[in-house]
Design a protein around this ligand. Sequence first.
Ligand SMILES: *Cc1c(COP(=O)(O)O)cnc(C)c1O
Length: 223
Amino acid sequence: MTQNLECNERLNGIQEKIAKAAKLAQRKAEDVRLMAISKTRSADEIRTLLDTGHRLFGENRVQETAAKWPALREAYDDVEVHLVGQLQSNKAEDAVQLFDAIHSLDRSSLVKALAKAMDKLDRRIPCYIQVNIGEESQKGGCMIGNVSDLLETARSAGIDVAGLMCVPPTGVHPAPYFALLAKLSKDNGLMGLSMGMSGDFESAIKLGATYVRVGTALFGARP
Ligand SMILES: *Cc1c(COP(=O)(O)O)cnc(C)c1O
């Protein structure tokens, strides 16, 4: 019960911040969707959030999602789970089955694998191209200069690209990276912007985020 209350309070607090940031940017709060990042969280912790009425979640691993979510989907209506972690091509079919959207499309080999999986399962889910916005060698994501090509490859394979996604470099102010992702998205005629996490979602909203991906601010520190 206290866990429920705490969770509710955290959720309300974040929603208030989202509303405030949207208002400052002269945007509608409804145009910003809060994705609860539930990686490493137990089914019980997730249920606490589901019981508040929240329905949109993000996970970063196929296997963990396969273990947790089928039962939760049986118990709650209208659940949406998005993939926000790197995807191996050999898990494309599992991913298309388990997720409602993929925020980590980052290479043409994955386009091929996903298109094949979607055809086979006769299930189409929207994808976001993950951009390596800080051009960091250790980070996943498509290089900035390759975004248009990857977009074209995905579209000709019949994949619905709904927007762009990024995780900016740590330790520096994220706003210039959010602004750059927004510009890239606009230049490519895309609408969706998946950007902003616990520490910077307000800044991301001011710069156009349509999805903010929040974990620790909702659930507390990860173990
Ligand atoms: C873990 C993760 C998040 C959430 O991070 P928090 O700092 O806990 O809010 C968001 N996006 C991605 C891609 C993640 O892996």
